[in-house]
Write a protein that binds this ligand. Structure first.
Ligand code: PGA
Length: 241
C-alpha cells in the first residue's frame, strides 16, 4: 500500500487527481470507478482544470459510480447522478453513454443490482476505483456488518450515515433510507484503488481501517488485502498513522 500524507486538502486533491490523470494518460479508454461525498470535490475541480488546459481528455473514458440513493430521481439535486454531472461530467468532454450509475428509480431493486453488476463486468471492471471513507469505515454504502457483501446490492442506511448526510438535505427525514452500492467484492475487483481522506474527523477510522484487524465491522479494512491501494490524505486525517 502506498500512503501520501499531504499538507492540506488542496494538496491532497491535487495528488489524487494526478493519479487519475496518469491512469487516463496511460490508458485513454480507462474505466474509472468514481465516488461522491465532500472529499473528492477538490479532486474533480482539479481534473476539470487539466481538461480545460488540454492536459486531460475524457473522450474515451468510461465511468462507473460506486453508489446511488434509492428513490431519488436524476433531477434531484441530492442524487449522485446530479452530483457527478455538476462536479465533473457536465464540465468535461465525457460521452454521456459512457457514464454509469445505479438507477435510483428502478422499479425492481434486485434486477437493478444484477444489471449494474453485469454492466461493470461487461466493461471489464474498473481500472481505478476512487473511494472516500465514512466515519464508520464504510466504502460506498457498504456499512459495518457481520459479513462482507460481495456484489452490488441495496442497503438500509445506518443512523450514523443518515446523520452524516443530513447536512445535504432540508432535514434528516428527507435522507433516503435505502441506497444501491457496489459490493465489497465489486470494489475489490478493481485493478487499482485510490482512497482519499481529509480532516481530523477521519483520523481514527483511517488508523483502524488500515492498521487494525480486517473485519466487516470496518468495511474499508478489507482494502488491506488488495494488491494495489493508494491512500492520499491530508495531515489531519493521517495524523495517527
Ligand atoms: P465524505 O464522505 O467525503 O463526505 O466525508 C465519505 C464517505 O462517506 O464515503
Amino acid at each position: 500500500m502506498k500512503i501520501y500524507k499531504m499538507k492540506d486538502y488542496e494538496q491532497m486533491s491535487r495528488k489524487a487527481a494526478g493519479i487519475i490523470l496518469a491512469q487516463v494518460i496511460s490508458r485513454p479508454d480507462s474505466v474509472l470507478g468514481l465516488a461522491t461525498g465532500s472529499t473528492p470535490i477538490g479532486l474533480y475541480d482539479q481534473l476539470v482544470k487539466w481538461y480545460e488546459s488540454g492536459d486531460l481528455d475524457f473522450k474515451e473514458v468510461k465511468t462507473v459510480n460506486l453508489d446511488e440513493y434509492r428513490g431519488l430521481t436524476r433531477e434531484n439535486d441530492q442524487s449522485y447522478y446530479y452530483f457527478m454531472h455538476q462536479h465533473l461530467f457536465h464540465r468535461v468532454n465525457i460521452c454521456p453513454e459512457n457514464v454509469h450509475l445505479p438507477d435510483g428509480m428502478a422499479e425492481d431493486g434486485e434486477a437493478e443490482c444484477r444489471r449494474y453488476e453485469a454492466l461493470i463486468d461487461s466493461l471489464g471492471g474498473a481500472d481505478l476505483q476512487l473511494l472516500g471513507i465514512g466515519h464508520n469505515g464504510h466504502i460506498g454504502f457498504n456499512e459495518p456488518d457481520r459479513y462482507f457483501a460481495k456484489e452490488t446490492h441495496c442497503v438500509k442506511l445506518q443512523e450514523s450515515t443518515i446523520e452524516a448526510n443530513k447536512r445535504f438535505f432540508a432535514s434528516a427525514e428527507e435522507v433516503p433510507r435505502y441506497a444501491y452500492t457496489m459490493g465489497i467484492g465489486t470494489i475489490m475487483k478493481a485493478r487499482k484503488i485510490l482512497i482519499v481522506a481529509n480532516g481530523a474527523g477521519k483520523a481514527e477510522i483511517v488508523k483502524k481501517a488500515f492498521f487494525g484487524p480486517v473485519t466487516p465491522e470496518v468495511p474499508a479494512s478489507i482494502l488491506q488485502m488488495h494488491p494495489d491501494v493508494t491512500l492520499v490524505g491530508d495531515e489531519e486525517a493521517l495524523a495517527l498513522i
